[in-house]
Design a protein around this ligand. Structure first.
Ligand SMILES: Nc1nc2c(ncn2[C@@H]2O[C@H](COP(=O)(O)OP(=O)(O)OP(=O)(O)O)[C@@H](O)[C@H]2O)c(=O)[nH]1
Ligand SMILES: [Mg+2]
Length: 683
């Protein structure tokens, strides 16, 4: 037995399954559950019958759209796997899971196009300090050798990828693998345990070469092993296993195992590596800086609203234990009572009476608890262990129920969906009276909409959110406004002369008066301003007016008939007539955008900016991100609405952007006409 790793860690573990889209994560989980006997047989993802992705939305799009949690047992130990979606649009789902798991299994494949996606995931794991194993899937269809594949994937990982197995081929078909640590061959059998065999003579040289490079990498962290290699002494197998475990747990290397999840090949070796090498809850506690005391500490990873069982908070018990009925403190100082503890297998739950440190379980009816929160039995609550903030949304649409009667129901349903998915934001736009839902891509929001219509049975209509156009003027004018009415008793009289003039962009609105001799009394000057401001809510083009100065220069009043209302009316009349003659012009918001993209797509991205009336400000290498660039540009907000769709399709789904308001710019011609027509219809 070696000494560095200090032996195998027993106890329940939580393993996140992550990786680029469609790399086979869900297939792998299904294979694991079948292999460990939690389900009778492995169903292909195409059947729509896997434990993961049971939601109709996931099935409809043939992709995972949320994390699935499944607890199983392997050789007497409890393992909870969390299958996370691969699409960047749903990647936020994985964050609170990764924070509280012990290990990530990164499922990758020999596909050059998916390297940037792999890099994003590896970066996230680096940031959170999560140890990882890479499962190189789909070796059945790979045409490049594994070692070349690893060379290709290595730039995506900040730590060395350490090949632990090489494939065994016959007539070009992968029939098994050779384990470089055990120095044994395994012949795959369909949906059954592999057969152990001698390493075929023809493969021995290949095996030795790959093994030597594995040992060389391990020797980087083990001086004794380095000496043995230099002196050509065969290192003891135990010491190698010990190094493998220690380097994995330290995050010094990422061991790579290979297989074909679809056929269940390589799954048992993966499970054994997890069982032998994965860190446990103690390491995870340390990584999160969780308190060491006797108190129970719980980290919430995911929120689910089940159709019948109410709210479930899937949680990792970091220390202590939770019994049904336990009181837990939230970070804010409130308490919540656990009502029901469940072991999860996809959408199925089985009831437990308690959960202990290391377990990943669903806690029932913690109404106030949010995904990502740290809960504690200690009075007043524990400190929040993990801060997470969703990135800025990149796609939005305005939503309304097809039937008015569903308005309240829709907003309640969206609230629940937003609780399940903290990367979803909902806001009410007062300007346009729209309910605007924002998220991380077209598919992300499409799934929300499908859930409203499916699960919640609320037919909805969606359209791109209104762009906050404004208008201003290009000319100055002096204008009189007289409001005079004589109808029986009291009359109405107000008379003003105003000067309207344009202001520089961004100045807003200014009101002044140059009244002398009290031709308009003080109180009515106020009325004039009120009337002017009221008019500016919708100018001659139908939009709020900005960058205009109005000066009240003259007027007259009547001792009996003048009133606040009469002067407001006079001011509005003067504005209405005057503004129309000031050459009004539409203004559109222009944003400053910062696009991040893999370098190979930079020229494509730059080419699409002018097509969206954008102006390139510059581009550069993205600091700290080898292989990525940042492109800066200004672009009208109206052109950014669906920008993300084009960015993602140009980059196999990984480019993203941030936008901040920059300035308002004049908009004329057909686009201005379109904006005014659309506004007229909406009003
Ligand atoms: N040839 C081959 N295909 C596989 C293998 N594993 C999975 N696939 C196929 O890859 C596709 C994606 O599989 P999934 O398991 O849904 O992939 P995923 O990583 O869960 O996808 P997302 O969750 O949407 O990111 C499916 O068509 C699978 O049948 C494999 O070992 N070999
Ligand atoms: Mg999946």
């Amino acid at each position: 037995m070696g000494t560095r790793a200090g032996g195998r860690r027993t106890g329940p573990k939580c393993i996140a399954i992550v990786g680029p889209f469609a790399s086979g994560k869900t297939t792998l989980l299904e294979a694991i559950l079948a292999r460990t006997g939690s389900i009778p047989r492995q169903n292909p993802v195409s059947s729509g019958n896997t434990v993961s992705d049971y939601s109709p939305e996931a099935r409809a799009h043939a992709m995972s759209v949320e994390a699935t949690i499944a607890t199983t047992e392997f050789m007497g130990e409890q393992l909870t796997f969390v299958d996370c979606p691969g699409s960047i649009e749903f990647s936020f789902e994985a964050e609170p899971v990764l924070a509280a798991c012990d290990l990530a299994v990164v499922v990758a494949e020999a596909d050059e196009k998916k390297i940037p996606a792999l890099q994003l995931i590896m970066r996230k794991l680096d940031d959170l300090g999560v140890p990882r194993i890479l499962f190189l899937n789909k070796v059945d269809k790979a045409i490049t050798g594994v070692r070349d594949t690893l060379k290709m994937l290595q730039p995506a990982s900040s730590v060395p990828l350490l090949l632990r197995q090489i494939p065994l081929r016959k007539d070009g078909v992968v029939i098994g693998s050779i384990d470089l640590a055990l120095e044994r061959a395994y012949i795959y059998r369909e949906y059954a345990e592999s057969e152990v065999a001698q390493i075929p003579g023809d493969d021995k040289a290949r095996e030795l070469e790959a093994r030597f490079s594995m040992l060389e990498t391990l020797a980087d962290h083990d001086d004794q092993l380095m000496e043995q290699l230099l002196e050509e002494i065969e290192p003891p197998k135990d010491a190698i296993f010990d190094d493998l475990a220690a380097d994995l747990r330290d995050g010094a290397v990422t061991p790579v195992l290979i297989g074909t999840a679809e056929k269940g090949n390589g799954v048992l070796r993966l499970l054994k590596a997890i069982r032998h090498d994965a860190p446990d809850i103690e390491a995870t506690r340390k990584r999160l800086g969780a308190p060491d005391g006797a108190a129970t500490v719980v980290q919430a990873m995911k929120t689910i609203h089940t159709p019948h069982g109410g709210k479930l908070s899937v949680s990792r018990i970091l220390s202590g234990q939770v019994a049904d009925g336990s009181e837990l403190w939230l970070p804010g100082g409130e308490t919540a009572k656990v009502s029901g503890i469940y072991r999860m297998l996809g959408k199925d739950q089985s009831k437990l009476t308690m959960a202990k440190a290391g377990d990943t379980v669903a806690l029932g009816k913690l109404d106030e608890v949010k995904t990502g929160q740290t809960l504690s039995s200690a009075k007043g609550g524990a400190k929040q262990l993990f801060q997470f903030e969703p990135p800025q949304p990149v796609f939005a649409f305005a939503l309304r129920p097809k039937e008015r009667k569903d308005e309240v129901k829709m907003s309640a349903a969206i609230q629940r969906l937003a609780e399940e998915d903290p990367s979803l934001t909902l806001r009410h736009n007062q300007d346009s009276a729209e309910t605007v839902l924002s998220g991380h891509g077209e598919m992300h929001l499409r799934v929300v909409r499908e859930r409203l219509e499916g699960k919640n049975q609320i037919p909805v209509e969606g359209h791109p959110p209104a762009v906050p156009y404004r208008e201003t003027i290009r000319k100055s004018i002096q204008q009189r406004g007289r409001h005079k009415k004589q109808s029986g008793g009291h009359g109405q009289f107000g008379d003003v002369v105003i000067e309207i003039k344009p202001l520089p962009r961004g100045s807003g609105f200014q009101f002044t008066d140059t009244i002398t001799g009290g031709v308009v009394p003080k109180t009515y000057i106020q009325s004039v301003e009120t009337g002017v401001r009221d008019y500016l809510k919708s100018g001659p083009l139908g939009f709020p007016v900005v960058d205009v100065a109005v000066n009240l220069s003259d007027g007259s009043y009547h001792a009996v008939d003048s009133s606040d209302m009469a002067f407001q009316m006079a001011a509005r009349l003067a504005m209405k007539e005057g503004m129309a003659a000031c050459s009004p012009v539409l203004l559109e918001p222009v944003m400053k955008v910062e696009i991040v993209t893999p370098s190979e797509a930079t020229s494509k991205i730059i080419a699409l900016i002018p097509q969206r009336r954008g102006q390139i400000l510059g581009y550069d290498a993205r600091s700290g991100w080898p292989g990525w660039d940042v492109v800066e540009a200004t672009m009208p907000q109206a052109e950014i609405g669906d920008l993300i769709i084009e960015l993602r399709s140009a980059t196999a789904g990984v480019a993203s952007y941030r936008a901040v308001f920059d300035h308002m710019a004049e908009l004329t011609g057909r686009l201005a006409d379109d904006a005014m027509n659309a506004n007229g219809k909406a009003a």
